[in-house]
Design a binder for this molecule. Structure first.
Ligand SMILES: [Zn+2]
Length: 352
């Protein structure tokens, strides 16, 4: 047992949204050492998907996409983004608009969690009536897009002819957990959370899929479970019951697996601290800020009513149902996806 889980101060509401997780067909393969430290045996590379989330608000009929994965024509990235992406292997077969087909024309809002290529996709594939929503400080930092500004990360065509809304987290005193929050539909069904550190204007989304259960789209607050688990709230257990077909293909992981095996490969031999620390030797202030944001996420991840899904969770697809299904009932006893997913990242580590 860990220390008691802190309250999150999420206001009561009966209003809900429906959430589907879209596999954007994008993939990123990158050395773990460009994001986290220290190296842990067996986990040399991230090989991860890029999820886009479809949020449907029944009360208004609005349909919102939270992130768009990688555009299928990366040769058309803004030059600065192309150079940034060259440090990794990227694959993208389809745009989210292609996956949605005729439903793409019904999307009313696109929310960018942040400006990186693996989240912004190609908004020009959506109708001009589709609004683009960005985090606080985004326009100052990134507008105008390329080619109007040679060194911009984004393209002018990403937003040309459409409304762009920048979220103002100072507009209210609302705080959920320790994050500043914005009540997107004004009825408590969907919140944006200000999550500084990974980049300027980085946001997460918190969707109420049932009156008392939530999906937290954690964007790039973390890229791997080892950045946020274990914690003082949810320590590494004595034994871990992996229960997934992939366990067999990876071999040597019979259930239940003693937790001690993972304590032995933990850099601090700890049951209550995450395996990884963030790395960015060029900007220590940013790393400190991003780490603070991760510690705030711990409180949500420890809460039984909140299902945390990062944009790049490489284990989620074998546990959850993907688009066109919804994940609204993730907490149903027959599913219990939060528990099933929580420790799956440990399989990336090689234990004796
Ligand atoms: Zn990302």
């Amino acid at each position: 047992m860990g220390v008691p889980t802190p309250g999150l101060s999420i206001p009561d509401s009966r209003s809900t949204v429906s959430v589907s997780v879209i596999d954007s067909t994008s993939k990123i393969i990158a050395k773990t050492g460009i994001v986290v430290q220290p190296h842990i045996q067996g986990h040399d590379e991230f090989n991860c998907p890029c999820y886009s989330f479809l949020i449907t608000h029944p009360a208004s009929g609005r349909k919102v996409l939270f992130d768009l994965g990688i555009r299928k024509d990366p040769e058309n990235f803004a030059p600065r983004t192309r150079s940034f992406a060259s440090a990794m292997t990227i694959i993208s077969e389809r745009n989210v608009a292609d996956i949605l087909g005729k439903n793409a024309s019904t999307i009313t809002d696109i929310i960018w969690s942040h400006h990186h290529f693996d989240h912004i996709g190609d908004p020009s594939q959506f109708p001009p009536s589709t609004k683009l929503v960005v985090g606080q400080g985004f326009k100052d930092e990134f507008f105008p897009g390329y080619p109007a500004r040679e060194d911009s990360w984004i393209l002018e065509s990403d937003y040309a002819g459409r409304e762009v809304q920048e979220i103002d987290f100072n507009a209210s005193d609302l705080k959920l957990g320790q994050y500043s929050a914005f009540d997107y539909f004004g009825d408590g069904s969907f919140y944006l959370l200000d999550c500084p550190g990974h980049t300027v204007a980085h946001m997460m989304g918190l969707a109420r899929t049932r009156p008392t259960s939530f999906v937290l789209m954690a964007a790039d607050c973390c890229h791997h479970g080892g950045e946020i688990r274990p914690t003082q709230f949810v320590p590494l257990p004595e034994s871990i019951d992996f229960n997934s077909p992939r366990d067999l293909t990876r071999g040597a992981r019979r259930a239940p697996c003693p937790g001690q095996l993972f304590v032995d490969v933990h850099p601090k031999r700890s049951r209550t601290e995450p395996f990884y620390e963030l790395i960015n030797p060029r900007d220590l202030d940013t790393v400190r800020e991003a780490t603070r944001s991760q510690r705030k996420l711990d409180e949500f991840d420890a809460n039984d009513d909140v299902f945390v899904l990062s944009a790049h969770d490489s284990d989620a697809a074998e546990v959850i149902d993907l688009y066109p299904a919804t994940i609204d009932d993730w907490k149903d006893p027959g599913k219990d996806w939060k528990k099933k997913l929580h420790w799956l990242f440990l399989r990336d580590f090689q234990v004796e």
